[in-house]
Design a protein around this ligand. Structure first.
Ligand SMILES: Cc1ncc(COP(=O)(O)O)c(C=O)c1O
Length: 353
């Protein structure tokens, strides 16, 4: 990869800025397992306050955040309700089954949204031969849905229905920062409807590692216990908590630039013959587009051609490509990326070059 490469594969590819590296180097640290890393404690307090929750737990990854929360809320044999495109189903190596022994009932929707009428029929009756419906999870923004922002009123309806059935509620908010910036809804106004909320510092916010789960004291005590059990309790991890604090303080409002860049990219792609894209779903920093049947390229072939021209994007389906904007992508890079896509699709860059 050269310095001219435009990397739109994911918002996880960002590297710590010079200032973030300076803050990491100066972080006060202690032994996290012994409970005395002051920077981790500061981060957990700050994150809990932002989400309006009594407690929080710093964890290494978004996957561990989701899986410790799922384990905290469920017992083996329980059932989870979520969208059929949820990250916890597709990209967490079957962990709800492997680590929590849970079954999952899914709701089909290309954008990752669902409503009360979808949830109610999935809740099991209380009879000894059924699994217990125990937990409902929502993903906001929804990754596979295209960075979808859940409308707050819809969250209120769905979570109220879930509560009626005594379900626990977890929000996979890996990109809740993006949802909040796009909608103007405060993080805590989303969070108040859930028992636990996980967010990542290592995606749009640009920290190298780290996520956190916020919730009530009992849930977070269990999250901490399972973090230790899953091997996620570390030692002088204040170095990383410092990066997360820096990211929360400096990199949240700028997510609006990523959203503007994603919209611009989508508009440019819409004008390229041979590609199709729905513009309305591009609400945050994720853009999906499809290659028409009459274009002699699969998603992987287009991605390979783009790579040969210094533009990285992910083929996520046979004829589908995903691009994600982030901290290291500027508006001029978006113009160049779109030109390169056009050249590759219209054949001005030969296959195999
Ligand atoms: C919605 C969502 N949740 C959870 C995760 C997991 O994060 P990590 O890769 O840090 O495990 C991701 C990662 O992309 C994600 O998009």
């Amino acid at each position: 990869m050269t310095t001219n490469t435009i990397d739109l594969r994911s918002d996880t590819v960002t590297r710590p800025t010079a200032e973030m590296r300076r803050v990491i180097a100066g972080a006060e640290v202690g032994d996290e397992v012994l409970g005395d890393d002051p920077t981790v404690r500061r981060l957990e307090e700050k994150f809990a306050a932002l989400l309006g929750k009594p407690a929080a737990c710093f964890v290494p990854t978004g996957t561990m955040a989701n899986q410790t929360a799922i384990r905290a809320h469920t017992e083996h044999g329980d059932e989870i309700i979520c969208s059929d495109g949820a990250h916890i189903i597709h990209y967490e190596t079957g962990a709800p089954a492997a680590l929590s022994g849970c079954m999952i009932r899914t709701i089909a929707n290309p954008r990752g949204l669902f409503d009360v009428a979808d949830v109610t029929p999935l809740v099991r009756q209380d009879a000894y031969h059924f699994p217990h419906s125990r937990l409902l999870t929502i993903e906001n923004t929804h990754n596979r849905g295209g960075g979808t922002v859940w409308p707050l009123a819809q969250i209120e309806r769905v979570t109220a229905e879930a509560r009626k059935h005594k379900l626990k509620l977890h929000l996979d908010g890996a990109r809740l920062w993006n949802a909040s910036i796009a909608s103007g809804v405060a993080m805590k106004d989303y969070a108040r409807h859930f028992d636990t909320v996980s967010c990542c510092f290592s995606k749009g916010l640009g920290a190298p590692i780290g996520s956190a789960v916020a919730g009530d004291a009992d849930s977070i005590l269990r999250v901490q216990r399972f973090k230790k059990m899953f091997g996620g309790m570390t030692r002088q991890v204040g170095l990383l908590a410092a990066a997360a604090i820096y990211a929360m303080d400096h990199h949240v409002p700028r997510l609006a630039e990523d959203h503007a860049n994603a919209k611009r990219l989508a508009e440019l792609i819409a004008n390229i013959p041979g590609l199709s894209i729905a513009l309305a779903p591009v609400e945050t920093n994720i853009v999906y587009f499809d290659i028409a049947q009459d274009v002699p390229l699969t998603g992987q072939q287009l991605s390979d051609k783009l790579k040969s021209q210094g533009v990285l994007m992910l083929a996520t389906g046979l004829r589908r490509i995903r691009c994600v904007t982030h901290l290291d992508v500027t508006a001029p890079m978006i113009e160049r990326a779109a030109q390169t896509i056009e050249q590759c699709v219209t054949g001005r860059v030969a296959i195999g070059v």
